[in-house]
Design a protein around this ligand. Structure first.
Ligand SMILES: N[C@@H](CCC(=O)N[C@@H](CS)C(=O)NCC(=O)O)C(=O)O
Length: 211
């Protein structure tokens, strides 16, 4: 039997780290330590934290002291670690290809396309860009989410936490258009009890850090 993993989640509210907080809720809150870093005080750039994640970025998770960074990698790792929650298709299941595809698409296409758009950089060489064009990325994502209700159809998975978290932030910041597909997908995700619980905890944290 596997020993209980010692998990530490280095977190700051209202960042990409929210996805990991939400995922822990979806997993049924398995034992883990939450270490909140106050970014305004630069606690994510201390030598101690940079030794764990040299980029000084959140989220970061350690599993028995081994760092895992990048929202997608953390989500894949945690969903596999707690298979009873059934948030990841197992190895060999064809749905695992779809699941991995959209988690990686979030990092390899959505994030860079949006970063370029935000900085007003036009994709002058779509064939050499990981995302092609911004419009192509958006229509591909709409296609992935449009049939729903979730990325894997009827089955909610950790891919929805990763992609849904991005779609939520990016539509809020107007970096993704508010298409009917994104809107109804977000309505489904944000009405989930685990999402609401994670959001309430993060809002409480924002208040605590402000006081
Ligand atoms: N590729 C990383 C990006 C993480 C990231 O950029 N996090 C931001 C917060 S949303 C951060 O920690 N920024 C602080 C900094 O870089 O100083 C991931 O997916 O986890």
């Amino acid at each position: 039997m596997m020993a209980t993993p010692k998990l530490v989640h280095y977190h700051a509210p209202q960042t990409r780290s929210f996805a990991v907080r939400w995922l822990f809720e979806e997993l049924g809150s398995p034992p883990h330590e939450l270490k909140v870093l106050n970014m305004k005080k630069g606690e994510h750039k201390t030598p101690e934290f940079l030794a764990i994640n040299p980029l000084g970025k959140l989220p970061t998770v350690t599993h028995d002291g081994v760092p895992v960074t990048e929202v997608g990698a953390i989500a894949i790792h945690l969903a596999d670690l707690f298979p009873d929650a059934q948030l990841a298709p197992p190895l060999g299941d064809p749905a695992r290809g779809t699941y991995l595809r959209w988690i990686i698409f979030n990092h390899g296409a959505v994030e860079p396309a949006v970063a370029d758009r935000w900085r007003k950089i036009e994709s002058s060489m779509p064939s050499a860009m990981s995302y092609g064009t911004y419009d192509g990325m958006v229509s591909t994502l709409v296609g992935a989410l449009g049939s729903g209700p979730y990325i894997l159809g009827e089955r909610f998975s950790a891919a929805d936490v990763v992609v849904g978290s991005s779609v939520r932030w990016l539509t809020l910041f107007k970096l993704l258009p508010e298409t009917p597909e994104f809107t109804s997908y977000l309505e489904r995700l944000t009405s989930r009890p685990a999402f609401k619980s994670a959001l309430a905890k993060d809002e409480e944290l924002v208040r605590a850090l402000a006081s």
